[in-house]
Design a protein around this ligand. Sequence first.
Ligand code: PBG
Length: 323
Amino acid sequence: MFPEHRPRRLRTTAALRRLVSETTLRPRQLILPMFVAEGADAPRPIASMPGVVQHTRDSLRKAAVEAVRAGVGGLMLFGIPAHRDATGSGGIDENGILNVALRDLRAELGDATVLMADTCLDEFTDHGHCGVLDENGAVDNDATLELYADMAVAQAEAGAHMLGPSGMMDGQVGVIRRALDEAGHTETAILAYSAKYASAFYGPFREAVDSQLKGDRKTYQQDPGNAREALREIELDVEEGADAIMIKPALPYLDILRQAADVSPVPVAAYNISGEYAMVEAAAANGWLDRERTILEVLTSIRRAGADMILTYWATEAAAWLD
Ligand code: PBG
C-alpha cells in the first residue's frame, strides 16, 4: 500500500484540526499601541494606517476602555506633543501629553489592564532622533541615558505599569531600572525593545507621530542582515534588568524571534509594526487579500515563531474575533 504515511488524516475534519492545533492565539496575548495628540479636538486619521487615529484625550479613554472590554492584554501609549525641542523635554514634563494620558488611563482603568508607555524621545525632539545630539549632530548615548532615567520616573509616577524603552541606546535598561528603584518604583516593569532593527517598515509610524526625522536611525537600530547582535542585545538587556524583551519588527524577523524565544529566560514580545499593518490593509482594500484571514494568519505566525505577546494595531478587532 502506498502512500504508507498519510499526514492528511489529521486534517480530515474541523474537529480533528482543532484537536491537533499547536498554536493558541488569545486576546490576552495582544497589546494595543495607541497614539494621543496634545491639543487635538477631534481624532485625526493617519492616512497610511487606515483605521488608526491620533486620539484626543477623550477618544483615547473610550478606545482604551473598549480594548480592555474586548480582552486585550495591555495598551502601549505614544504621545504626539504640540511643541518639540532639542532635548524632547515634553516627554519628561509631568504635564506632557504622554504623562497626562497615562494619568487619565490609570484613573479610568486602574489595574484592569497593563498600561505601557513608550520610553523614547523621538516623538518629542525637534530633530526626530531617539536621543539628544552632540555638537557634531551625532546621537549622544550617555547624555540620552540621563534623560531616559527622568522620563522613566515621570512615566511610572503617571501610572505606567510597564515601560518600553525603544531608543536602542546602550545601557538604557540598566539606567532606567536604577532610576525607577531609587525613586521607589521597584514594581514598575521594563519591556525592553532588545532587538530593534533599522526598518523601512516604520514608515507609517513616522506619519502617525508627525516624526521630524530627516535621516535614519542606523547608528542605533540594528542592521537587518544581522542575527548575532540581536542575541547579544537580549543577553545584555536581561542582565540589566529587563522583565520582558521585544523583537521588532515582527514579520521580516520571525527567525530572530524564534532564536530569542529559544533562549530568553523572560517573556518575549514581538511588535507587528505599522508597515506590516499598512501592507495588509492596502492589499485588503484592493480586494487582493482576505482581510480577516490574513490578519489571523499574521498573528498566529508571530505566536508560532515564539512570541508570548504581540503588539498589534489590530488588537481590539482581533480580540473580538477570537472571543
Ligand atoms: C520609537 C518607536 C518607533 C516605533 C515604536 N517606537 C519608530 C522608530 O523607531 O522609528 C515604530 C512602531 C511602528 O512602526 O508601528 N519611539
